[in-house]
Design a binder for this molecule. Structure first.
Ligand SMILES: [Zn+2]
Length: 193
């Protein structure tokens, strides 16, 4: 007898072999391993790393004030918050939009590469890194919220207008692709030989 748990709802089944079946509780297809899980997650992570570059270099916000348009990147935004002595906001934006996405991407890349080539990293630690990435995932959309809130609060037509720039789109894609890469990854692969 084998014990197999549903990856989606964690219901445990007793089965005689590893044949695919449908979870009776959540209708999720239960497989021994998710097909091409490592390849797909690695590809998504590389795409997200490439999109991180325009997210940092292009304008995050476009502010129109009395008809004059100014654009600022994430880093310029942080610097101007520092200049106005809004240290807390500067810290939150820096952590949420620069540090956290980077830690997540590098963490995932490290795990995936360690499964492709032999890097001395214990399986337990790989699992820990993965759990940590999942845990901080929720907080990485903060920056998009900040732009959205600012935009809705300060929207006063032609006088004062804020909208998301190219970096906002790239940034949202970075967050979404990282989320899919982490969610789709089958952690059981870590324990395979
Ligand atoms: Zn299930």
């Amino acid at each position: 007898m084998l014990l197999i748990s549903c990856k989606n709802c964690h219901k445990v089944y007793e089965k005689e072999n590893y044949d695919e079946f449908v979870c009776t509780q959540c209708k999720h297809k239960v497989q021994k391993r998710v097909k091409n899980s490592l390849q797909v997650s690695l590809a998504l992570t590389i795409c997200a790393i490439l999109l991180y570059i325009p997210a940092m270099l292009y304008p995050m916000m476009e502010i129109t004030k009395l008809g004059i348009k100014t654009q600022s990147t994430i880093l310029e935004g942080i610097i101007s918050f520092l200049e106005y002595e809004n240290y807390f906001i500067a810290f939150v934006i820096f952590t949420a939009s620069v540090i956290i996405p980077l830690i997540k991407l590098l963490g995932l890349l490290l795990i995936f590469i360690s499964l492709k080539i032999d890097i001395k990293l214990r399986n337990k630690n790989k699992n820990r890194i993965f759990k940590f990435i999942h845990l901080i995932g929720k907080w990485s959309m903060i920056d998009i919220y900040v732009v959205a809130i600012l935009a809705s609060v300060i929207q006063m037509g032609e006088l004062f207008n804020i909208k998301g720039g190219l970096a906002a789109t790239s940034f949202a894609l970075v967050v979404i692709l990282t989320m899919i890469a982490a969610n789709r990854f089958d952690t059981r692969i870590i324990w395979d030989d």
